[in-house]
Design a protein around this ligand. Structure first.
Ligand SMILES: Nc1ncnc2c1ncn2[C@@H]1O[C@H](COP(=O)(O)OP(=O)(O)OP(=O)(O)O)[C@@H](O)[C@H]1O
Ligand code: SF4
Ligand SMILES: [Mg+2]
Length: 327
């Protein structure tokens, strides 16, 4: 669990998107509550993984941290400074400290910029002179094991794994203290996923960068994280150190997620009993009352429809939002 000096402290963040009706004079008829009061912390040099089903709000939370969408409530404290309150001009110097690597390396790189231009763009935006931009872009390419002479090539000339290395080099070019990795390998072939993940691990060991690692794949999360936060319908429902979460999940949603993931140990894999959740994840435009998971929870009781479960600490760093977490 991060100490008082967390690098990033997200407190009670909400993000809402308007639902508009009418083409000529659009009016707001409702809102999508994509992130509904999230609090997480990331310590210097650690990896916090964020897992949850598609549409639960992982990317929106990442974008709110980087101020690419506006949080309607809550704080994003980076080294104690609330980024949500900064003017665009005051935000600029912070941009270099927290960088983002996108989910899809095929869509996220500008097709008409060379690899070197893509990697140097954040440096240019910081006002660095051209010669230094070229030098730093070269160093960043070497760090991610891309040959600097490929710097003149356009993205189409690279494979998926190489494109993701360009995205990582771009994020690293400004020497950030933290990188948000939004499903960085999910669009890649399985054969290159391990290469990119190992590269990210090595870079973290060398440079001491903290990662907020967003992922679907629990096998990858197990390999990659120090701590894990589980997200459901815009909320964090459980946070724990990695080994504890995999051995002693306490939230029914985490139990269901883990039960669906194959285990590396063949004996435990034979005994694995899958918990199948009923129904679909509800729409974030129409959230259930009380506990957000109650419409699919095998353990739901009357209280779950009435009261949103408060966080309960089960052990150091293991916090769960469930009325029956100790049962
Ligand atoms: N710009 C937007 N306008 C309206 N709704 C949006 C917008 N961006 C996201 N949403 C909605 O917010 C919710 C959360 O989306 P988000 O992309 O954050 O989920 P996710 O957990 O990253 O999903 P995935 O695993 O598929 O990437 C979804 O219901 C999505 O449709
Ligand atoms: S509070 Fe109730 S509905 Fe929510 S996870 Fe716990 S048992 Fe299930
Ligand atoms: Mg996403």
């Amino acid at each position: 669990m991060p100490a008082e000096d967390a690098l990033l402290k997200v407190e009670g963040v909400h993000v809402e998107f308007p639902i508009l009706k009418g083409l000529v004079f659009p009016r707001r008829v409702g809102s999508i509550s994509a992130v509904a009061g999230v609090s997480i912390e990331v310590a210097p040099g650690e990896t916090l993984s964020l897992v949850g089903e598609s549409g639960c709000g992982k990317s929106t939370l990442a974008r709110a941290i980087l101020r690419l969408v506006t949080a309607s409530a809550g704080q994003v404290l980076f080294k104690g400074v609330d980024l949500t309150k900064l003017s665009p001009a005051k935000m600029r110097p912070f941009r270099r400290h927290v960088q983002l690597v996108f989910q899809n390396p095929y869509a996220s790189l500008h097709p008409r910029m060379t690899a070197r231009e893509i990697i140097a763009e954040p440096l240019r935006m910081l006002g660095m002179d051209r010669r230094e931009q070229v030098e730093r872009a070269k160093q960043a390419m070497q760090r991610v094991q891309l040959r600097p002479e490929f710097g003149d090539r356009y993205p189409f000339a690279f494979s998926g794994g190489q494109r993701q290395r360009i995205g990582i080099a771009r994020a690293l070019s400004v020497n950030p203290e933290m990188v948000v990795l939004d499903e960085p390998v999910s669009a890649l072939d399985v054969s290159v996923q391990a290469d990119v993940l190992n590269l990210l691990k090595d870079l973290q060991a060398d440079l001491g960068i903290a990662y907020l690692f967003i992922a679907h794949n629990l096998a990858v999360v197990r390999h990659f994280s120090d701590r894990v936060a589980v997200m459901y319908l815009g909320k964090i429902v459980e946070t724990a150190p990695r080994d504890r979460l995999f051995k002693r999940p306490a939230h029914p949603y985490t139990e269901a997620l883990l039960s669906a993931a194959p285990m590396p140990d063949p004996i435990r894999e034979r005994k694995r009993q899958r918990i199948v959740l009923r129904g679909e994840i509800p729409s974030p435009a129409n959230r259930p009352t009380g506990c957000c998971f109650r419409t699919r929870c095998p353990k739901a009781a009357a209280i779950c429809a009435q009261i949103d479960p408060p966080p309960v600490t089960l052990a150091q760093g293991h916090v769960v939002n469930c009325h029956f977490a100790n049962a």
